[in-house]
Design a protein around this ligand. Structure first.
Ligand code: IPD
Ligand code: CA
Ligand code: CA
Length: 259
């Protein structure tokens, strides 16, 4: 029985990315999963391709996929699939989105691939071996001061109704840093921390498939990635995440704890 490889996962991400690229800028069939949470036919096409391709090679593996939910199997092997991260951008013809795939063996995230087909940027990571952008090793930024940092965040789909809407944190960091961006793709936000484009990232209420692959990329590039209580799990519920160089992570946590 063969095991998953980083090269195999990269290939899946590239093929799914081609589906997103082909569908980009077309008129989409949009369905609403919530008031502001939408899905297009291309999310579903990308996910269908990924699930079929994984099951063809690994028929007994467990898959957690955004649009289909759980494909039951042996949970020593778990796949986390976000077939299109940045759906709202995609539906509005904004070219900031990606496909995000992570594979965990016996509960340890092992491989990750996040592919941005518009820029042909392939972010990959392997636990304890490193993180790469198109094959070049990644390293986080050396920024340790909030006033020198550029941050990124996102907001939950239930933000119309929840007091936990991240706006107070957003406002506070906006007055302490060079700025806070909101790109609309959690997986790319995390990979951009891995490249050093952003110095830090935080968000609440993501799902496992949003954070699994990008989290490994950021970690392997040197970021400290935790939940907002400082604990190591950032994919299980109640989900929250912060990723930054260790010194900046500490400073960001202090701000968040005060808000
Ligand atoms: C969303 C994006 C966004 C984040 C949301 C996610 P989707 O994923 O990653 O940046 O703020 O919380 O749900 O719906 O585009 O796959
Ligand atoms: Ca997502
Ligand atoms: Ca998605």
């Amino acid at each position: 029985m063969t095991s998953p490889t980083l090269a195999g996962i990269e290939k899946l991400a590239r093929n799914a990315g081609a589906i997103l690229h082909t569908g980009y800028n077309k008129n989409h069939q949009i369905d609403y999963k919530g008031a502001i949470d939408l899905v297009t036919e291309v999310d579903r096409q990308s996910e269908e391709y990924l699930i079929q391709a994984i099951l063809k090679e690994f028929p007994d593996h467990y898959i957690l996929a955004e649009e289909s939910g759980i494909v039951d199997g042996n949970d020593e092997h778990i796949w986390y699939l976000d077939p299109l991260d940045g759906t709202v951008n995609y539906a509005h013809h904004i070219p900031i989105f990606c496909v995000s795939i992570a594979y965990a063996h016996k509960r340890t995230m092992k491989f990750a691939a996040v592919y941005d087909p518009m820029r042909d940027e392939m972010f990959t990571a392997e636990r304890d071996r490193g993180a790469w952008l198109n094959g070049e090793g990644l390293q986080i930024s050396g920024t340790s001061e909030l006033e020198r940092s550029l941050l990124v965040t996102g907001f939950p789909y239930d933000m119309w109704d929840t007091p936990n809407d991240n706006l107070a944190e957003f406002g506070r960091f906006t007055k302490l840093t060079q700025g806070v961006r909101r790109l609309g793709s959690a997986a790319l936000d995390l990979c951009y921390v891995g490249t050093g484009r952003f110095d830090g990232y935080w968000e609440r209420s993501l799902k496992a498939w949003d954070a699994a692959a990008g989290g490994l990329v950021a970690e392997e590039a040197g970021a400290k990635v935790t939940n907002l209580d400082g604990g190591p799990s950032y994919i299980s519920s109640p989900q929250s995440i912060i990723a930054a160089p260790p010194i900046l992570h500490e400073k960001m946590m202090a701000v968040i704890n005060k808000v």
